[in-house]
Design a protein around this ligand. Structure first.
Ligand SMILES: [Zn+2]
Length: 488
């Protein structure tokens, strides 16, 4: 009897604590006055972007194979379209990356870096006929500007230059220096553009107060339970690693095979990797995402998030149900390519597989390789890191910085009632190079991706940007520059 009484009191206490934590969860959204979008001619901006989308600035992994002519053509176009910016800011070309410097009134104030890139990925031949329009035609419809690069990432570039053009024309001068860096090789790793630039800043001892690049955007229906807009601001990005697995054999006739062939040995190694996925963990960017979205959720969902101390396993199991949220909780393993064999009745002399990992903050390329060899645990399987691009996860930027507040404020001025949510970017951006010169690196482009299928455009088909989003984005950058470079 006494025990049951004790149990009841314990349960009651637990419920009280949980309720208390749920009900006292305070919104982290800033209370700001909405601002009217003005000073930008949306149609003019759409036409300028459309002209930029017609230029095929496709980057290539081998710089010798890239055609430079379109990059130069794009630079000329930009100069023509934004004369005030080009007349006031200093421009340096690093390879074909454009590095602008807008001098501030206080030379000692820590500078700000705004980034975008103007190289694009090619249109894959097998998807060509699924496009509803010619990818490089730069058409304009009632609501959209259409074309490869509209979202990734010329749209962002045009928002930035439109804001600067307008501010320069109206006589505004920032307090601290503002640098604009428009990459020409982001899609192939950024080695000759922003990696080189960031290294040079490091050598010069320059530290940035904030770096803002692509990575997040304004979305809807991404967070179950929040009906309105959610602005996703990346505070970290995952690392990237590709490995080759290879099994060597002697070949021969398939009528008298060994117990395990090169192909079956390789298949087992892949199956082992898939069967033992990397551990699920809630890292800091995901924790911040939950902290910023939870107070905006309906009561029932809030209970689990505000009582993570008790319900974390439940929360994780809930989040692993969807492919998208699962990827935010662990280092992902994706077998992407297989090469083996030439004929049905001949044993393959060599079998090879390519596996791509996206690494969670807290782990590194080295720890991933280590674990892969432990899991496969078979010395017939060679494990080799691929020669191509790789990177460790970025550090996690703070949500308590002045820069993050400025981003949040600008978003809610232009897009009132939008929930701002820090998050972990799954893909890679050029901003990763800047963690050597800045603690506050954020990944957000003010694309309003609340229309149908818009997200599919990035590296996919029917890429397009809403014309309204373009003007709002320019406005947002204008607010951002104002807030970021206000005298302290
Ligand atoms: Zn991009």
């Amino acid at each position: 009897m006494k025990f049951i009484k004790f149990l009841l009191i314990a349960i009651l206490l637990l419920i009280t604590i949980m309720l208390f934590r749920t009900l006292t969860l305070e919104s982290k959204q800033l209370d700001v006055e909405p601002i009217k979008i003005s000073g930008f001619d949306a149609d003019e901006l759409a036409q300028k972007l459309a002209a930029g989308l017609q230029i095929k600035t496709i980057s290539h992994r081998d710089p010798a194979k890239a055609n430079i002519a379109p990059f130069r053509e794009f630079q000329q176009l930009l100069k023509q379209q934004f004369p005030a910016l080009h007349g006031t800011l200093e421009l340096e070309r690093v390879a074909e990356t454009l590095l602008f410097r807008w001098r501030g009134t206080d030379a000692n104030a820590a500078p700000i870096m705004l980034m975008a890139h103007y190289d694009v990925v090619p249109v894959q031949a097998e998807t060509q006929d699924r496009w509803d329009f010619e990818p490089f035609s730069g058409q304009i419809t009632d609501d959209y500007v259409l074309g490869r690069g509209a979202l990734d990432d010329k749209g962002q570039l045009y928002m930035i230059v439109a804001a600067v053009e307008q501010m320069v024309s109206s006589g505004f001068q920032p307090y601290s220096d503002i640098w604009l860096s428009f990459g020409h090789d982001e899609e192939v790793g950024g080695k000759y553009g922003n990696e080189a630039i960031a290294k040079r800043f490091e050598q010069q001892g320059v530290r940035f107060a904030a770096v803002i690049d692509e990575g997040g955007s304004i979305t809807r229906n991404i967070v179950p339970g929040i009906d309105g807009r959610v602005a996703m601001v990346g505070i970290a990005e995952k690392g990237y690693l590709t490995i080759q697995l290879a099994v060597e054999g002697v070949g021969g006739h398939s009528s008298m095979p060994p117990e395990q062939t090169t192909v079956s040995t390789l298949a087992k190694a892949i199956a082992d990797l898939q069967a033992k996925p990397f551990d699920f963990r809630i890292t800091q960017p995901v924790e911040k995402f939950l902290a910023y979205t939870a107070p905006e959720l309906p009561f029932a969902k809030r209970v689990a998030i505000s009582n993570r101390w008790l319900l974390e396993p439940l929360l994780i199991s809930e989040m692993t149900k969807s492919q998208k949220t699962r990827a935010t909780l662990h280092t992902t393993t994706a077998a992407t390519m297989l090469v083996a064999g030439v004929q049905e009745n001949v044993l393959a002399k060599r079998a090879e597989a390519t596996i791509n990992f996206r690494i969670l903050p807290g782990e590194t390329r080295e720890t991933v390789l280590q674990r892969v060899s432990e899991v496969i645990d078979n010395n017939r399987v060679e494990i080799q890191q691929s020669d191509g691009f790789s990177s460790d996860p970025s550090p996690v930027s703070s949500v308590d910085s002045a820069a993050f507040t400025a981003i949040q404020r600008s978003i809610r001025e232009v897009y009132p009632n939008t929930t701002v949510a820090p998050f972990l970017v799954m893909a890679g951006t050029d901003s990763r190079h800047y963690s050597r010169v800045a603690d506050n690196v954020y990944r957000f482009a003010p694309f309003d991706l609340t229309g149908a299928d818009e997200l599919d455009g990035i590296h996919g088909i029917n890429e397009r940007i809403a014309i309204d989003s373009l003007a709002a984005g320019a406005m947002l950058y204008q607010r951002l520059i104002t807030h970021l470079t206000a005298p302290k």
